[in-house]
Ligand binder design. Structure first.
Ligand code: ADP
Ligand code: MG
Length: 245
């Protein structure tokens, strides 16, 4: 759908560290994510996945190191200027606004023209197949529909990259499967760089171009799903990806 090189932003982490007080949470992490790549972060609870996403989005300062998006150093840049959209596990929709208003709110804040807002809302609604839901409020939607709206809100901002933090973990098993297929389709259609955190082995194996296995704030292994699955470089990785959890 969209193919400008600008929209397939490389994301680079250079020796990124994060401490909370005197607790080191991320230890000098280096990672290069290619433009348009779908990278999945996996690792046990508390290993630093959300902290990493939040630092890339600019919602959390780095203690040291650099973050580059589309070859630009954004380490000290305001979150709203990074061209990143983040989708969380909890949908965080405005309950008193209908879907159309939820989708357009951010654009109104950014002083986008009404015609352009309408175009963006229609385009996102079409991609996510939520056109018939535009006049409903979040309370009148299923969990899967709400998560679609949350993703729609990210899409209308035309970000360089999408960050997903366990976006499907609140959904039941059946819905998780269909939403996973939707997200794969979204990536094919939009082509943006995507970083996706999950606990779900199937999501990691089916969505990822590359999987990054994290342990205690360090990268344990990076590779294609096949490499990580067939040639884990530690028992930890084998236990994480190899066996159903
Ligand atoms: P994950 O998403 O992999 O479960 P997090 O990135 O949420 O892990 O957390 C990594 C570590 O950092 C955990 O030990 C967590 O308790 C700690 N942590 C996260 N945010 C804060 C914070 N704002 N203040 C103090 N410690 C934090
Ligand atoms: Mg987390």
């Amino acid at each position: 759908m969209r193919d400008s090189a600008q929209e397939k932003a490389k994301i680079e982490l250079r020796n990124v560290r994060k401490s909370f007080g005197n607790v080191d949470v991320i230890h000098g992490l280096d990672l290069m994510i290619e433009g348009g790549e779908f990278v999945v972060f996996v690792g046990p609870s508390g290993c630093g996945k959300s902290t990493l996403l939040r630092m890339i989005a600019g919602l959390e300062d780095v203690t040291s190191g650099d973050i580059l998006i589309a070859d630009r150093d954004v380490t000290d840049l305001d979150p709203s200027k990074r061209g990143i959209a983040m989708v969380f596990q909890s949908y965080a929709l405005y309950p008193h606004m209908n879907v159309r208003q939820n989708l357009s709110f951010g654009l109104e804040m950014a002083k986008t023209s009404p015609e352009e807002i309408e175009r963006q809302v229609q385009a996102a609604a079409q991609v996510l197949k939520i056109e018939v839901l535009l006049d409903r409020r979040p309370g009148q939607l299923s969990g899967g529909q709400r998560q679609r709206v949350a993703i729609g809100r990210a899409i209308v901002r035309k970000p360089l990259a999408f960050l997903f933090d366990e976006p499907l973990s609140n959904l039941d098993a059946e819905l998780r499967v269909s939403m996973r297929i939707e997200i794969a389709r979204l990536h094919r259609e939009l082509g943006n760089t995507m970083i996706y955190v999950t606990h779900d082995q199937t999501e990691a194996m089916t969505l990822a171009d590359r999987i990054v296995v994290l342990k205690d704030g360090r990268i344990e292994q990076v590779g294609t799903p096949r490499e990580v699955y067939e040639d884990p470089n530690s028992l930890f990785v084998a236990g994480f990806i190899g066996s159903p959890r």
